[in-house]
Design a protein. Structure first.
Length: 241
């Protein structure tokens, strides 16, 4: 049962400005936050916020409704729902009250599997070069609905760009209401202008349990699967779930 895995849930008001949502996500390292509206629970994540042009936009305008769990639900139900809805967290309700959430990190703690990670990885992930424009990375993330892009230079892995990093990079230095010349220029810059995340990597023959342990220890959401320094695939929390 999930009742021993419940954590505090980041709830925001439907009228909260997107700029404040981003601030909360950055401060607490959240990928997604939740809001209650009309008896339902909705979600906002980093990738959806990338679409926003006006930072004064209310949170309710980009929400999408998500299923919720109850105290008597099983871990397998939580995993199935997260996989189906492409979520990293699910709200938990007791009666009509939201009492917390279950995260993919908590579910991954229960994973025990000794077969190789290559069995669940996504092979041949989309990669970009350090010289490619930021606008290309944003377009791919939104079009393909992905949150991780390995970044290479002359075929060698140099870093990883996540949707959260991209979101924080595109934010203007001061809160403003519209896309500005500054933001447009940032989209035209090469990816090498962004402080990329040091890539978390594993070997194609590493066991799932070993990779999960490393991901959890680094509080990462992915691992790049390599063989002799060549990218073979990527495994994300969703793949593991």
């Amino acid at each position: 049962m999930i009742k021993d895995l419940i954590e505090d849930i980041p709830l925001v008001s439907p009228n909260t400005e997107i700029s404040k949502v981003i601030g909360l996500m950055k401060e607490k390292n959240y990928y997604e936050v939740f809001l209650e509206e009309n008896g339902k629970v909705a979600c906002i994540n980093a990738r959806e916020i990338l679409k926003v042009k006006n930072l004064f936009t209310k949170a309710s305008t980009i929400k999408f409704y998500v299923p919720f769990l109850s105290l008597g639900d099983s871990i397998s139900k939580a995993a199935n729902l997260m996989g189906e809805y492409r979520l990293r967290s699910l709200p938990v309700k007791e009666g009509k009250k939201v009492i917390g959430m279950i995260t993919a990190f908590k579910l991954c703690e229960k994973v025990k599997a000794d077969y190789p990670i290559k069995g669940i990885m996504t092979p041949h992930p989309i990669t970009l070069d350090l010289r490619d424009k930021v606008s290309k990375a944003k377009s791919i993330m939104l079009r393909r609905k992905i949150d991780h892009l390995p970044i290479t230079e002359e075929g060698k892995l140099k870093g990883v760009l996540t949707s959260s990093l991209l979101l924080y990079y595109l934010l203007p230095s001061q809160k403003i209401s519209e896309i500005t010349d500054e933001k447009i220029k940032r989209l035209d810059y090469p990816i090498k202008r962004i402080s990329l995340e040091d890539p978390k990597t594993c070997n194609v023959n590493d066991s799932i349990s070993k990779v999960v342990k490393e991901i959890l220890s680094k509080r990462a959401s992915y691992s790049i699967v390599t063989l002799w320094d060549e990218i073979q695939g990527i495994v994300t929390l969703r793949d593991i779930i």
